[in-house]
Design a protein around this ligand. Structure first.
Ligand code: HEC
Length: 145
């Protein structure tokens, strides 16, 4: 008799627990996102690529947002002037014909090329790393005027 009652009691308790679980899980969503597949839920956190796994060339370099080119004067004032205004370390001075004439003779294309790579105490791109080649050319045009 006693035994029968306890079995009944256990069944009732289970029924209550199960009922409550079903009831509440409908109200509150606990746990994982049902929209993910099992594979997605248990996938590792990061991924390791070994050389050759992916085609590096297929990854496109970030597209440079088309900003409006700055004027030669702007580039000169913000970067080149620190050396080229007074001739720091022998830099050809702004608008100084004697300094620039022999250089201009070599042609603007060559000056741009040297400005990109740098030479002697002249740093690559005159330290203006985000200057486009055209902007460097404009700055040189401005300095050699
Ligand atoms: C840290 C100082 C410094 C800065 C900044 C600098 N220059 Fe120069 N630049 C020099 C020096 C020094 C020379 C002379 C190098 C030589 O003839 O050996 C020079 C030379 C040049 C020449 C002549 C190169 C040649 O072939 O004779 C050009 C062109 C030039 N600079 C462009 C620029 C431009 C454009 C900028 C700014 C974007 C700039 N420089 C910023 C120091 C500087």
């Amino acid at each position: 008799m006693y035994f029968k009652n306890s079995v009944a009691a256990i069944i009732v308790i289970f029924a209550i627990i199960f009922g409550a679980k079903t009831f509440f899980s409908g109200l509150i969503h606990v746990g994982y996102d049902d929209n993910l597949t099992l594979a997605e839920r248990i996938q590792p956190f990061g991924q390791v690529y070994l050389e050759g796994d992916i085609d590096v060339n297929a990854i496109k370099a970030p597209v440079k947002t088309a900003t409006k080119a700055r004027s030669g004067e702007q580039i000169y004032t913000t970067t080149c002037a620190s050396c080229h205004s007074v001739g720091v370390l022998g830099a050809p001075k702004f608008g100084n014909k004697a300094d620039w004439a022999p250089r201009v003779k070599r042609g603007i294309a060559d000056l741009v090329k040297v400005a990109i790579t740098g030479t002697g105490a002249m740093p690559p791109r005159g330290t203006c790393m985000d200057c486009s080649d055209d902007e460097l050319k404009a700055a040189i045009d401005h300095m050699t005027k």
